[in-house]
Design a binder for this molecule. Structure first.
Ligand code: FAD
Length: 446
């Protein structure tokens, strides 16, 4: 094969190009944005100003697509970290036991990560990046996509077109124009509001921990994350369902004071703020069911947020995009087999976000008995994970997309949950009120 076009030069598009490069003599990546020379924010990726991390599975996939990129990023200040050992995970108000997980996530600002991926892609022979180029339509011959038409009218022929243009993808409209029924869409209405601020990071902050995740609960539908990143900075994103963190520093700290744990509030109250506050609003999670279509033109694939845009609170989007890019390395690039493989990648993370969002957004009395039982089980699971390192580890394997959500409900997990999830069991204390060694000893005792 000769020429592939990728629409969108964000993470899904760039990683797709890394995979297609192995199969096509030429790969053209189009983006409507001008591409910055340095690692800067750009208009098409507004989310880059908010906390971004690569889950361990995504980190592994990106390294497989672009060998050596971790070392290059670390040389520029990015941080690799065990996702559990150097982290505070607080779910259902329970502080998970600490354990060496063997899973390594990557912490870097989104512009730095995307910038380095872009430099690697554009250095590949046969790959070219076309900035300031809007894909306005498809070229089609007898039910086969044969290229892209740019906004100025210029046609670019290709053997394969991959749409990686994000949640606003035009493919459903283009299919409609061709007389093909667009994919069914599933929406989870969210109204999640984000506020982000950066802070100066000092060596003793958070006892040397690098990651804090405080998940919202039905009683307190507010949460947040703090991630260490290059330049001795923290990026702190606070999240509210139907409620936004204040824009002023005092309002931001006040919001953090009412989370299910106070770790982020303490950090915000003591660290020096840098730069301006940023806000973002996410009305819905969207999944487009391409794998269920019966008619779809050859020569066209869709990937990344254009297939499924998750609630970003779970940090899954770039990892899913990387796993989908690995699917482009396989021999069969016919659309429907590709979409079926993509659906398998998306199923687990989509289930995680939908189940958790439903739990947070709907009163328990409105849920089915099955959902109520599941939620009650998960509360016990997190209470048990505060004492049981193995359960904390199993949760991280799911959160990092190595294991399906159902792996939390195996008979083995059930026994451990019943044994350790009793409301009478004592949670692991807040590390800032207990020296680290004592806190770790107490988690190992079970
Ligand atoms: C607040 C927030 C926080 C997040 N945090 C995380 C995190 O911690 N970890 C994680 O893994 N993921 C996170 N995500 C998700 C992550 O940002 C996306 O999943 C990731 O960027 C992959 O998206 P994408 O490349 O498919 O689309 P996008 O990033 O949306 O990029 C689409 C690209 O297509 C271009 N484009 C669009 N239309 C056209 C067109 N017609 N012609 C040419 N170009 C076009 C745009 O300019 C853009 O460059 C977060 C998202 C949000 C909103």
């Amino acid at each position: 094969m000769n020429h592939a076009i990728v629409i969108g030069a964000s993470m899904a598009g760039l990683l797709s190009a890394a995979a297609l490069h192995a199969k096509f003599a030429r790969v053209t990546v189009l983006d409507r944005d001008a591409m910055p020379d340095d690692d800067e924010h750009r208009k098409g990726v507004g989310q880059s100003r908010h906390a971004h991390a690569l889950l361990a599975r995504g980190h592994e996939a990106v390294e497989r697509l672009l060998p050596g990129i971790t070392a290059e990023l670390v040389a520029q200040g990015a941080i690799t970290s065990d996702v559990q050992r150097n982290a505070r995970h607080i779910h259902c108000g329970q502080r998970h036991a600490r354990v060496e997980s063997g899973m390594t996530g990557l912490l870097a600002s989104r512009p730095m990560l995307e910038g380095q991926v872009r430099r690697r892609i554009t250095a590949l022979p046969g790959v070219r990046l076309l900035p300031d180029s809007v894909a306005a339509g498809l070229l089609v011959e007898r039910d086969r996509v044969t290229g892209v038409r740019l906004a100025g009218g210029e046609p670019i022929p290709a053997d394969l077109v991959v749409d990686a243009s994000g949640r606003g993808s035009r493919t459903p409209f283009w299919l409609d124009e061709l007389g093909i029924v667009p994919p069914a869409e599933e929406h989870v209405m969210l109204d999640v509001r984000y506020g982000t601020r950066e802070f100066r990071r000092r060596p003793g902050d958070l006892d040397g921990d690098l990651i804090v995740v405080v998940a919202p609960t039905p009683d307190k539908p507010r949460g947040g994350v703090a991630l260490a990143m290059e330049g001795d900075r923290w990026i702190v994103t606070l999240v509210g369902y139907g409620q936004a963190p204040g824009r002023s520093l005092a309002g931001f700290a006040e919001f953090a004071a009412d989370l299910p744990a106070l770790d982020l509030h303490r950090l915000i109250s003591t660290a020096q703020p840098i730069g301006e506050p940023q806000v973002y609003r996410n009305p819905a999670g969207i999944r487009r069911r391409y794998e269920r279509m019966t008619r779809f033109p050859d020569g066209l694939l869709v990937t990344g947020d254009a297939v499924c845009a998750f609630n970003p609170r779970y940090g899954q989007g770039m990892t899913v995009a990387a796993l989908e890019a690995l699917e482009l390395l396989k021999t069969d690039l016919r659309p429907l087999p590709f979409f079926k493989r993509v659906a398998k990648v998306v199923d687990g993370p989509w289930q995680i976000t939908v189940d958790d969002d439903v739990r947070l957004l709907h009163a328990a009395s409105t849920l089915s008995l099955k959902k109520r039982l599941l939620n009650a089980y998960l509360e016990r699971f997190h209470a048990a994970a505060a004492h049981d390192q193995e359960l904390a580890l199993r949760f991280q394997r799911v959160a990092n997309l190595y294991a399906p959500p159902l792996s939390l409900i195996t008979p083995g997990s059930l026994v451990r949950v019943l044994r350790n999830g009793s409301p009478r069991a004592t949670s692991v204390p807040d590390p800032e009120s207990v020296p680290r060694e004592a806190s770790e000893r107490s988690t190992r005792s079970t």
